[in-house]
Each structure stands twice: as structure tokens, then as C-alpha cells.
Design a protein around this ligand. Sequence first.
Ligand code: FEO
Length: 399
Amino acid sequence: MADTPKGTISIAPNVFWVGVKHHNRRLFDGLIPLPHGTSYNAYLVVGSEKTALIDTVNPGFDKELFDKLSERTDLTKIDYVIMNHAEPDHANAGRYVLEAAKGAKLVTSAKGKEAAMMYFNIDPERIMVVDESSKLDLGGKTLRFVDAPWLHWPETMFTYLEEDGILFPCDFFGSHLADGPFYSDEMGDELALDMAKLYFAEIMMPFRRQGAAAIEKVKKLGVKMIAPSHGVIWRDPKVILDPYTAWTSEKMEKKVAIAYVSMWGSTEKLVKALNDTLVEKGISVNIFDLTVTEIGHIAKELVDTPVVVVGAPTVLNMMHPAGAYATLLVKQLRAPTKYTALLTSHGWSGGAVKHVQELLGGAKIEILGVIDPKGPPQKEHFDQVRELADKIEEKLKAL
Ligand code: FEO
């Protein structure tokens, strides 16, 4: 069936993208910046006997989803609504599809059943629980399921369409992007991967172990296409599988990130001195000014950066809040950071050092050094910077 002017798209014979684009969304979870908006990709699989809808859309887009479904099928005849993930950006509209399609079942994992009842008040009689032994035969289209918990909620699973080799992994392998091309290769794989890495850092990085386990399962399927529920579709699965394998296995690059904020220039002098010394040694450094950097870009750098230095002065006996936020991000995202150092300064009493130690408590990150001048840094502090650079060089060589 050809694509229609209204915008549903055929991605394989009788498999249609019926998602929506949220161009002006600028924040996710009240936390994650969305400079390019996002999409909620839903997919309709039409077999000779039955029809399945894989994932749905965010609150407020139900009507658009219904219009798109109506282009391709009689929505009252939908047999299955597959819920790979219960977060409302993919699952909220499922309840309305079930109201319209009286005979339809919600298909999900055991944990997904609990979530569907809790969040969407779905009648348990209308929920079909599936696992890796389950199979839905739609007539020439067979759906199987991959247990993939904690990517990034406990109930998550993937759906696999055997005949076409299409994996529907919901959030996993996704990217936040409303505008632009539909397939990664149309965008250029390099740019698509940059968006995917940003998404991975913000959403999936804390779940690297679970992600690695899921990737191993996916590799055994012989997947031909990966169709996530945000952003571009990957027509060559290797393009996204290889980087995801590296990111989930904590494959580090020999580089340093410095995230800093300075009030009157003392901390900044230390940051610049460290940067210059590392660069002289031939070490790659990425510097982020916390006053102007979107936090997602720092998160992306954390994916494969072993040394993360924080620069922030003491303010009112604690670390400057911008520095504290960046430090907390490293810990909360469970970044694979191996080493850190603190470049700080104070006017009368310190406090940043104690604060950062509290913030990092429990994290397995070795602190390579703390430099904390009273007032502007002097020769002894720049000597300490050189010592710190030597230690960083040594640690990077040993990786
Ligand atoms: Fe896109 Fe976890 O929802």
C-alpha cells in the first residue's frame, strides 16, 4: 500500500508507521532538554487474519493516532495492542484503542500488566501476558517477544516481527527527534548516532548491564531493521548495534571532560591551566561551561569519558549549585566515570570539597586530586595542576 498524504508510512509489506511528531516539546520528565522535539512512533502490523498495534502515543495525541490508524484499518477491528513499555508517552493512548476496539487485548509482560492496571486502569481480563515462549500469529505475520527488563522501567520488553525481521524495542535505540528524515541513513548515520548517543546518555546509561544483555539477545535474532518508538528507524541494524555494544560495555576513550563554573575567575584559571597542560601532553579535553551548556551534552560525554573534572568555587559554604548539579548528574546517571578531580577556590571559608565528597559518596570514582586556593591561584596551585595532569596522563595510559 502506498504512503498517504496524511503521513502514515509503509516500512515493510503491511507494516505501517502510525506515530506522531511532537515538534514543540522542549522538555522530557521535567529534566531532559529536547532541542529537536520528539516523536512517538507507533506501528501497525496487518496480518491476513489479525491486526496488531505496537505501542501508542503521548497524552494529547489520541485523535491524531486514531486518524492515522483509520487510514490503514478499521480501528474497531484491531486485535492486539502491544505495550512494550508502560510510560505514558507510548502507552497512554492504549486505553482509548481498547475502548474503540472492544475485542482487542492489551499484550504486555507480567510487570507490564501490573503497570497497565495501576496507571491506566485496564481491566485485567483484557490483558494478555507474554514472554519469550509466546507467539502471536496474525496470518503471515508472526510476533515474538524479547524479555528486556529495566530499559528503562522494570516492565520493558521488545517485540519482533519474524517474517520481516523488524525489531520494535520502544525506547531502546531511540533518539529524540521530531523533524527531519525518517530513516537514519537519510539523515546520515553519523548525525543520527550523535542524537542516539545523547538519548542513550540521558535515558539508558544507568542501565548498561541490562542493555548489554538485551543486545546479546537481539544479535541472535538476525534483525533486518530496528524501529524504535522515538526518532529515526535503523535500516542497517549494525549501525546502531555496534555503538550500543560499546556504550553498554563501558568502552572508554582516552579523553578528559572538564565541567566548570567560575564566579570571579579563580576557578577558571585552574581549569584553563589544566586544559593547557593536558593538551600539551596530547590528551583530548572537552570543556563545558556550566552556565551555558545543556546538561544533556555533558551526559553524552560521560558515556565514554573515563576522567571527569569538576570546577566550581565555594558559595555559602557549599559547592556552587551549577557544579553540584553536574556532580550529582554523574552519580545519578551512574556514569562509567573512573576518575575525577575538583578544581575549586574560596574567599574566606571553604566548603566545596566536603560538599563534593558528600555528593559522590557511594560512587566508585577515584578522586585524583583537589586544588582549593584561598583567593586567586598562586604558583603552588599551578604546580598542583601539573601534578594532577601527570596523574591523569598515567591513568589514561593504563586504561
Ligand atoms: Fe519514551 Fe520511557 O518512554
